[in-house]
Design a protein around this ligand. Structure first.
Ligand code: FMN
Length: 216
């Protein structure tokens, strides 16, 4: 059977779908994110902090990849990455981004649009030093997203940096950046079996979040 038959037979909207109404949405999208995240976590959603980050390259082509959400506060959503990576260079050139969370177990999607702002050096260094050894060793290669000749080349470079870290456990890396995505728009999507999906979009107007129901 050709793969398109499997794609056609694949099921969607299989999660445990709860009711969600505009009246239930708080004034702040961060409060709603917090409630939804806590619920997803308690429910047992796998990797609820995995999110897709969309950036735009110098030619205006969008790009995307999965990252880990490190934290949120009322200013935004935080992630960390190397500034020399493809995304790092794209962010340097154009900080306009989108994030997407999809929690299929609950049929929930959260879409965020905003600007990625690099944090100060102290924050970045603190975050770097908190990373596990392998992550730090990889970051110290300064090679993320570059072409590699062989797996052996990667292993050898990683080993070299791990040895370096054993001797210099507090080595820092000025190319490790914590970014905060400061949103101007956040949409909460709750899927329903009857396709009357509930979509509530928050938009920031003069420091006030306004919310509106969207057609599914
Ligand atoms: C579940 C998961 C979590 C990830 N978390 C991160 C992360 O927090 N930071 C990061 O730089 N890359 C992370 N990655 C790797 C990115 O998806 C990506 O491959 C890498 O950052 C290079 O992206 P770029 O070439 O667009 O810069 C993660 C990948 C997966 C699948």
């Amino acid at each position: 059977m050709d793969i398109n038959q499997f794609i056609k037979k694949s099921r969607s909207i299989t999660g445990d779908l709860k009711n969600f109404r505009l009246e239930d949405a708080p004034d702040s999208p961060f409060d709603l994110f917090t409630t939804w995240y806590q619920y997803a976590y308690d429910y047992g959603v796998e990797e609820p902090h995995s999110m897709t980050l969309c950036t735009v390259d110098a030619d205006g082509f969008p790009d995307s990849r999965v990252l880990i959400l490190k934290k949120i506060d009322e200013r935004g959503f935080y992630f960390a990455s190397g500034s020399e990576s493809v995304k790092g260079r794209q962010l340097d050139n154009n900080p306009k981004v989108a994030l997407n969370f999809y929690w299929k177990e609950l049929g929930k999607q959260i879409r965020v649009r905003g600007t990625a702002v690099a944090m100060d050096r102290e924050t970045n260094i603190g975050d770097f030093l908190n990373c596990g050894q392998t992550k730090r060793a990889f970051a110290l290669t300064h090679k993320q997203s570059q072409p590699a000749n062989t797996l052996q080349e990667i292993d050898e470079k990683l080993h070299e940096k791990e040895q370096f870290l054993l001797k210099n456990p507090n080595a820092i890396n000025d190319n490790w950046i914590v970014y905060r995505v400061e949103p101007f728009e956040i949409e909460f999507f709750q899927a329903r079996m009857d396709y009357k999906h509930v979509r509530i979009k928050y938009s920031l107007h003069e420091s006030i979040w306004e919310k509106v129901l969207l057609w599914p």
